[in-house]
Ligand binder design. Structure first.
Ligand code: ADP
Ligand code: MG
Ligand code: MG
Length: 503
């Protein structure tokens, strides 16, 4: 490894180690300083008083509402009853018994609680200092984002429109990956709609199995998406670059189960992903995966289908290649390819090192039966062949129950999906925190420069749609996770509107 790479890697590893509390700028308190409450008047007027958004969905809002509830006794009693119910149900969950009974009970309990809280308590909350504080946080959230908000570390990879860099938020110390889209490249290749599509789909998602978008901003030369940092590398790297190609059964099962949950989340939002392949599945530092690169994803309107040969040829479903109308079926085919490749250490329809021409590849996908070597157990073979069913109407995952049907397959018998969805299952493989799981910096091809493209005012309309700054839920999570919320959210004596509300 060259010295340049070693230096870049060790800087990144050091920044990563300190990510919880260190790594903040010494000016971090100033960067996150609350405005005086009098400066929040306009925001207070324009904020829609929606209980669900203010007290459930937004993490800082939820925290402040809980703090408010804690000083109102009646609410506390309801909350602690709920707490007991939740603890009991999680004990049940771990034993995986009576789940549906408990679930029903838990859901109706939560519903009742919200019904109660959204009434009088919510009204009182809006007159409390806790809501004032919420508005102050929202003002901080509104501050514009520029390049200066981040420190940049090493190059992580290269995409179609630009590079992806490791970066760290100066105010909180949080590490992220910044995907840059070079403005000239986007313009030359007419990538505006695609870039905006990716950004808008990502900002509406909130799934532990899909990378989160946290900031979207622009610099003079680039549009930037700041995403969950996935330091464990992609599945392609793990399948091919560490020992013999392929992964052991436990890992195949675990990654397949998490991807399945990710697809279900996307499909619930009517989003078809269309680009399932090992290099788009990334590992975080605990060994959990997230689906990334939503450039080809589309939002389908209720029950509608799309057409178009989109994706990567080797992984395209027969109906995509055949120019038919298709829906979510394309993703279940993709999952079949992924499970096949993780198990066999090579993709279906192609021998190792073989590069068939596109027409031949298409023929095989549409006509040929895939082959299963002795690495496939009965269960995994059965699952793959059900997912790789040529006719989308017959394919596993494409019936009424959608992805749930995939989860019920015997291959996943050992997976407790409720626990997995809650993030309570430990990954079978944890990346080594001292390693950097991607190609050396100098091996990542340099990004070419486009000449002869000038940017003008017609482009700025698109840029301003892209440049929306912080994504509230993700940013609020960052503030809480890095401990900044705990350190800054100090009140004066309980109940008083003390002057240090705006310290
Ligand atoms: P494109 O849409 O142009 O293909 P990608 O989103 O696939 O771009 O990103 C290109 C490369 O950058 C990926 O193959 C991966 O190596 C790296 N990368 C992308 N997102 C992340 C992330 N969140 N964390 C770490 N590395 C990433
Ligand atoms: Mg990609
Ligand atoms: Mg892409």
């Amino acid at each position: 490894m060259e010295i340049e790479s070693i230096v870049a890697n060790s800087a990144l590893v050091r920044a990563r180690e300190g990510k919880r509390f260190k790594g903040r700028s010494w000016k971090w308190r100033e960067m996150l300083r609350f405005p005086h409450i009098s400066q929040c008047a306009e925001l207070a007027m324009s904020t829609e008083r929606d209980y669900y958004s203010l007290c459930v969905k937004q993490p800082i809002g939820k925290k402040l509402f809980q703090l408010f509830c804690r000083i109102h006794e009646k609410v506390v009693i309801t909350l602690s009853v709920l707490h007991v119910v939740l603890i009991c149900s999680s004990l049940f969950l771990q034993s995986n018994q009576c789940v549906s009974i408990v679930l029903k009970h838990e859901q109706s309990c939560i519903q009742n609680l919200h019904k109660h809280l959204s009434g009088e308590p919510f009204r009182q909350y809006q007159d409390s200092m806790f809501f004032d504080r919420f508005l102050q946080w929202k003002m901080v959230e509104r501050q514009p984002i520029t390049k200066q908000c981040f420190r940049q570390y090493r190059l992580l990879g290269k995409g179609g429109f630009g590079e992806v860099w490791a970066c760290q938020v100066r105010a909180t110390g949080m590490m992220y990956a910044c995907k840059k889209l070079e403005k000239t490249h986007v313009k030359k290749r007419r990538g505006e709609a695609m870039a905006l599509n990716e950004k808008q789909i990502l900002e509406r998602l909130d799934s532990r199995f899909v990378v989160n978008l946290v900031y979207a901003y622009e610099t003079k030369h680039a549009l930037c998406m700041v995403l969950t940092m996935m330091s464990g590398g992609d599945l392609r790297f793990h399948i091919y670059n560490i020992g013999k190609p392929g992964l052991d059964r436990k890992r195949v099962r675990f990654y397949a189960a998490e991807v399945c949950c990710g697809l279900i989340h996307l499909h619930q939002m009517s989003i078809l992903y269309r680009d399932l392949k090992p290099e788009n599945i990334l590992l975080d530092d605990n060994g959990h995966i997230r689906i990334s690169d939503l450039g080809l994803a589309v939002k389908l309107s209720e029950g509608s289908l799309v057409r178009g040969r989109v994706g990567t040829l080797g992984y395209m479903a027969p109906e995509v290649i055949g120019l038919e109308h298709y829906g979510m079926s394309a993703d279940w085919w993709g999952l079949g390819c992924l499970i096949y490749e993780m198990t066999a250490g090579q993709p279906p329809f192609r021998a190792r090192g073989e590069h068939p021409k596109p027409p031949e590849m298409e023929r095989r996908i549409q006509k040929e039966q895939e082959e299963y070597g002795d690495k496939f157990s009965q269960n995994v073979k059965n699952l793959c062949s059900l997912l790789l069913t040529k006719d989308p109407k017959e394919r596993l995952g494409c019936q009424r129950s959608g992805g749930r049907e995939v989860q019920y397959h015997p291959f996943f018998r050992k997976i407790n999906f409720r626990m997995l969805e809650a993030g309570l299952v430990e990954a079978p493989f944890k990346p080594d925190p001292r390693l950097v799981y991607c190609s050396d910096v100098q091996d990542i091809e340099e990004f070419s420069i486009v000449k002869g493209v000038t940017l003008d005012h017609t482009d700025s309309n698109f840029y301003s749609k892209f440049n929306t700054g912080k994504v509230p839920i993700s940013w609020q999570n960052e503030i809480i996770e890095t401990g900044c919320f705990g350190e800054l959210n100090i009140f004066g004596p309980v109940g008083s509107r003390s002057p240090d509300l705006d310290w």
